[in-house]
Every structure is written in C-alpha cells, then in structure tokens.
Design a protein around this ligand. Sequence first.
Ligand SMILES: C[S@@+](CC[C@H](N)C(=O)[O-])C[C@H]1O[C@@H](n2cnc3c(N)ncnc32)[C@H](O)[C@@H]1O
Length: 377
Amino acid sequence: MKYLFILGRNSELSKEEVRAFMEKEENKILFEKKEKNALFLETKNPIKKEVVDFLGGTISIGEVLEEGTWKELFTKLDKKQIYLGESNKLNYLIWNFSEDNSYNQISDYLKARFRSEKLKATEKHASGFIKTQEGEEVRNLRSPNVEEEFFIFGDKNKIYFGKIIQKCDYEKIELRDTKKPVRRPELSISPRLAKILINLSQVKQDETLLDPFCGIGVILQESLLQNISVVGIDRDKKAIDGCKQNLIWFNFDKNKYKILNSDSTKINLAEKFSGIATEPDLGTILKKTPTPNEAKKTLEDFEDLMIKVINNFKKNLKPNSKIVFTSPLIRLHTGKRISCNGERISNATGIKIAPGFPIDEFREGQIVGRQIFVLNR
Ligand SMILES: C[S@@+](CC[C@H](N)C(=O)[O-])C[C@H]1O[C@@H](n2cnc3c(N)ncnc32)[C@H](O)[C@@H]1O
C-alpha cells in the first residue's frame, strides 16, 4: 500500500505524528520518504477510511495508482481509467512533489488524455504559496473547489502518480472550535495541535489519557472524539466549569470523562493512565520580547513545574506510556529563540526524552512559541 500524506506547515512535527499514529494502529511502515511537505509511505496494511480526521498535521492523503519511469508510467496509465466520475465536466488539480519539469509532463499528459475522452476538463491551480515553518515555499494547502486532485512524487527514475482520497474538513473543525459555549483563545491550544499531541501519546481507543493542565478542555474534547477516555485536571475553578460546559455541549458519554479542580503537583490519584498529553502554563503572555534573564526565569519555573507534575503522576502511568507536552520557546530581541532544559526534566524524573524530540512549533513574529516534548516512560 503506497500513500502520500500532504503535511501542514510544520512538516517535521506532522511526520512524527503520522509515524506515531501508524505504530499505534500496528500498521508497519515498510518505506518512507519526505520531500518538502509531502510524506510518501509504503505501509503493510491499507489505511482506514477517514484517517485524515484523526490527524492534526495532515492536509490530505493520496493513494498511489501507478509508478515507474515517465515512459513506464504513461504506458500503464494509458491502460487505466483515471477519471471515475460520471459528469463530463471535470475541474482538477495536480500536486507536484517531484522535480519542477515533471509538472509539465504530467499536466500535458492529463490534458491530452481527458481531451481524448471528450471530457470538459479544466486544470485549476492552488492559490499562491505559503511558507512552511522550515522556511520552504509550498503551494497553498487549501485547494480550490475541484472534483479530483492528482499528485506526482519521486524523481525521473521512479515517479509515483496518484489521487487524493481523503481531505481534511477545515470547516467541521473550525465549527466545533468556534461554536462551543466556552472559549479562551489566548490560552487554548488549537484542535489541530491537540490532535498531534494525542497521537504522539499513542493512547488508543477505550484507554485513558490524562491532561493535568486541561483548561477548558480542547485536548479532552479531541480525545473523546477519538473514543479515548480522559481525566482532566486544572487548578482554576473557572476553567474547570468551562471545561464541563464544553464537554456537555459535545454530548460525550459522562462515563468517559472525569474533570477535577485541583493542583496537579499535589493531587493523589489512584487511576492508571496509558499516557499524558498536555499544554501546561507557558508563562505570562508577553507583548514584547523579554530580557534574557526574564526568559531564563520563565523557563526554569516551567521546568520546576513539569518535574513536580511528572513525579506526581509517575506511579499512575502504565509501562511504556508516553508523556507529551508543550513547553515555551521564547524569542529574545536578538531573534534567537531559547527553550527549556529537557535534560534537567529527564534527569529529575528519570524518564527519557524520545529520539527526535523536542520539535519546535512556532510562527514567525511570535514571542512565545512552543517546543513539543515526548518522554518515554
Ligand atoms: C495553557 S493552559 C491549558 C490550555 C488547555 N489546553 C485548553 O484547551 O484550555 C494551562 C492551564 O494550566 C492550569 N494550571 C497551571 N498550573 C497548574 C497546576 N499546578 N495544576 C493544575 N492546573 C494548573 C492553568 O489554570 C491553565 O488553565
């Protein structure tokens, strides 16, 4: 099974999310290759329907239809039905993750092909470019209204051609985020990032995830949507009340969640959890860049908080579970970004940082961005 995952603006983080998701699903990755914001995967089993809804960092998923050198590819495609729709009018789009001149080859082929099939086919183009966090320019990920999206990936020795089969439903996500009764935009994590943290934790359906800094419950809501049971804790009574209202609004089964107004550095719980996913306090909201000493103090306070909380819940974590959390990534006036000392947290808790982490997650201009940590219990 060969697929192409078109990733969002932080493609390194999104790649790790896809890997963690596949491992959780026990779908072995046989081969992978990343090119800009596209991740090519060969998997042992077919992926499930609507996987894209579970992933926070994937825009679309495509399935490879044919592969080979250009000559081989066109010979194979000549024998294959490419457009399966019924209307004789077709708007389509081509994603090019191959060398630049490849685009013309496939574009010309499809034009000639659809003309020969008497289709009124029009190739549309994604509007403009966006910059990924890695600084690469990629085509705008929100594609115009089209009936079909095709892609090419690879190089002239082996080109993969395929079709997009699953697309992220932005509107649905935006609706559930903006329509819920209690919102706290300045402090809340986006549903997209919440899903990434949940997937990195690899907690499965019907297992229980802990969010010790749950706020108004975005991580809880996204977990419950995946049928994961949750326990949420926050020391702020107002946030807990808001969280309860939100989860009731979603109409989740009350047996699947427990919300506690308490201090996560002290509360003593008996339950066992399969993982933690959380966004702790990242320090005060800054309007201007802090001095190096102020930033250092924020980071040390953060480390102290995390050490206390992790040590408090260590006994509650099942073997092999993961602790996923965001931490502050602070921009100084020089433009340099500084982050907390993960080794200190790891040494003081005896829990190792997973290979490849932390990963930065920030937007240009943002004073406090994030680093994403995964620790392996
Ligand atoms: C960045 S917010 C979490 C946002 C959350 N993901 C949401 O969707 O609303 C951090 C939360 O941690 C809570 N908090 C800070 N220290 C805490 C502690 N020691 N125990 C429990 N909650 C704490 C704060 O009250 C705040 O609501």
